[in-house]
Design a protein around this ligand. Structure first.
Ligand SMILES: Cc1ncc(COP(=O)(O)O)c(C=O)c1O
Length: 356
């Protein structure tokens, strides 16, 4: 892809890249040299600019700090096998961002502004895209209200920013999950489907309790009865039941994960039957006992596929079979990886390629 970018660029005087230990990348520790900043004022977006990454002057009365108009996206860019930059599914991230913005009464961003800013920034900071296998540049577009006013109101002034951070391949041992049967992440009609900051702040407390009890993540359930499964931690959740791929169907309580969508699409390509429907805890408990549930895993941009080892339900630890190299999750993960790296055809046009 090429863009005829008109975005003004103020280059950093001296790159900070020599401070980065690319063999030891802690998630989100290092920020790439530049960022995109655009202002929404007087009812319209002003031209984005690219400036050196750095602190910004903000008012303590800035509305997002008090009333939470703040949303974000999370996506990845990496090198393909033949040396192109691949930004994975930016159009899908853009449309999800606009859904979050709509729910939070924040101004929409045009596809043109989103893609052009992203493309120009990532091309400029291409040296920050790590080269080792599985590593990537984590891309964080976000928006917040910065109008200074204490009255509770929908803000009039917003900033849209994109920052990038090099990250290592995601390594994790299979998750131990705790079914949450008291706290909720969200409720029907709430903001669960939006990627707004408050959803994450509200999840910290129950997640901290689960960690103290020896679990890695929470398996979130419906807010009314705590009988049906929503998501896992900050990922979507999938099961293989009777040889079918089963995942909770999207509602207002579930984030429409880009990885979820990619995996469901690839499952269909691979001839795997797919069911998007309500999934009860009881179905999983019974299915694990009678061995019809053979796999359970989380899906998300960070890990792509994260195997689940244990689910604590009703005071018991339910063990999930270990996912071997022929498991569905391993095969689909490999297929997705092949498409992203350019070693399998990208028939769904997910790769946004920049030739440098
Ligand atoms: C709450 C939540 N659910 C699911 C996901 C997975 O979404 P994606 O596959 O787009 O990363 C994420 C991560 O963005 C998340 O924060």
């Amino acid at each position: 892809m090429t863009v005829s970018s008109t975005i003004p660029v103020e280059r950093i005087a001296k790159s900070r890249i020599s401070n980065v230990d690319f063999n030891n990348l802690e998630f989100g520790k290092y920020m790439a040299d530049h960022m995109v900043v655009a202002d929404f004022k007087n009812g319209r977006w002003h031209e984005p600019t690219i400036v050196p990454f750095g602190d910004m002057m903000m008012s303590p009365a800035m509305l997002s700090l008090h009333y939470g108009q703040s949303i974000f996206e999370g996506m990845k860019a990496f090198w393909t096998n033949n040396g192109q930059i691949n930004i994975f599914r930016p159009h899908k991230h853009h449309s999800r961002m606009n859904k979050s913005l709509d729910r939070m009464c924040m101004p929409q961003v045009s596809e043109e502004m989103f893609i052009q800013s992203l493309h120009t920034l990532i091309e400029l900071d291409k040296d920050w895209i790590p080269k080792s296998e599985g590593s990537s540049l984590y891309v964080r577009p976000f928006m917040f209200a910065y109008e200074a006013r204490l009255g509770v109101k929908v803000a009039d002034h917003f900033k849209f920013i994109i920052i990038n951070s090099p990250v290592a391949a995601y390594q994790t041992k299979p998750y131990r999950l705790k079914v949450e049967d008291y706290y909720v992440r969200t409720a029907e009609g709430g903001t669960g489907f939006a990627k707004c900051a408050g959803n994450y702040g509200g999840a910290f407390y129950p997640t901290q309790i689960a960690r103290e009890e020896g679990f890695d993540q929470i398996l979130w359930t419906d807010h009314k009865e705590h009988k049906y499964i929503d998501e896992v931690g900050m990922m979507n959740v999938m099961f293989v039941i009777n040889g079918k791929l089963v995942t909770p169907k999207l509602t207002t309580t579930i984030l429409d994960g880009v990885t979820r969508d990619s995996i469901l699409t690839l499952a269909k390509d691979m001839g795997m039957p797919v069911e998007e429907r309500r999934v009860s805890l009881e179905e999983i408990e019974v299915g694990l006992k009678n061995k019809t549930v053979t796999e359970a895993f989380g899906t998300g941009t960070a890990a792509v596929v994260a195997p689940i080892a244990v689910i604590r339900m009703n005071g018991h630890d339910l063990e999930i079979p270990v996912a071997g190299s022929n498991s569905f999750q391993q095969r689909v993960k490999q297929k997705l990886q092949n498409i992203r790296m350019g070693s399998e055809p990208d028939v769904h046009e997910w790769n946004y390629l920049i030739t440098v």
